[in-house]
Ligand binder design. Sequence first.
Ligand code: GZL
Length: 345
Amino acid sequence: MRHNKFSVRTKDITLVLLLVILLFMIVGGCGLFGDIEDETYISEDENLIVVGISQLGSESGWRTANTESVQRVFTKDNGYFMIYNNARQKQENQFKAIRSFISRRVDYIVFAPVVESGWETVLMEAKEAGIPVILMDRSIDVADKSLYTTLVGSNSMEEGEKAGRWLEADLEKKGLSEETVNIVILKGTQGASAQAGRSVGFSAIAGKHANWNILGQEYADFTSAKGKEVMESFLRKYPDIDVVVSQNDDMTFGAIEAIRESGRTVGINGDITIISFDAVREALEMVAAGTINVDIECNPNQGEYLSDVIQRLENGEEVEKEYYVEEDVFTIENVTEELLEERTY
Ligand code: GZL
């Protein structure tokens, strides 16, 4: 029966093809588990501080700036040998990267935890290997705080409170403090400390106002595409949205697109007030244009802070359990031309 003979041949060809592809992936190390740098040999006499860095992904403009700030600092000229890994939003890839750093006996492990939970086992392995671990950007939820040396990042709860306090002041200024305010919230990656902190911080203020009506809050993964998709669903469900709280600028860009496509307007003279987080340059240009009402800064430039902490540790100095980067709140009043020109991200 011809087709059987034919189908057997197809199966053989498929099997061979799969084996070839698998072989290529194993031999070629094609980043199956995120982009692991080449296994470059570090000659001992270079006397460099070897730092393994697990970045959680490249989901937003903010993340790109955060990565650039780290890659700018951890260079050979500055006395470092950096092994960098992009985990592409997968905690499993961060586990693999951290274990690879341990097996290569790096001097320090720096990682931006994609979510708060699940780190105990791999960090215990780093502790048993005697390798200090430094958290970058986001925090983790572990009972044993000795599993990491310090955190260099942002106080996301404070960022959320800043957003709530700005809305209080804005409503006061407009004489709307007693009016019902319909709010929707675009939340970042589920389980990320940045998302949890901003949510808790904003809710702490919102809880004081019975007239603040949170119509809906959904996760939109800190991405523009998901932000647009979730905003479209909000617009279909809720015809009278007054305020959007969007936990990062990328989701804000998507949300504004959706609002405009629905025929409504945004910003200072618009139908819907936009509260955003991060304050990347592109968003600040929209603040200056009155499109985004306020942007709560989250400073991605953490490279210098991280290097400073490592130098202190190298000198045998004590370090704090956390270092928060400086951050501001931007509105049309303080986003100036020179600020935009000076902005490195
Ligand atoms: C905040 C950081 C968040 C940013 C997003 O500290 O973790 O992740 O707000 C990024 O832009 O994706």
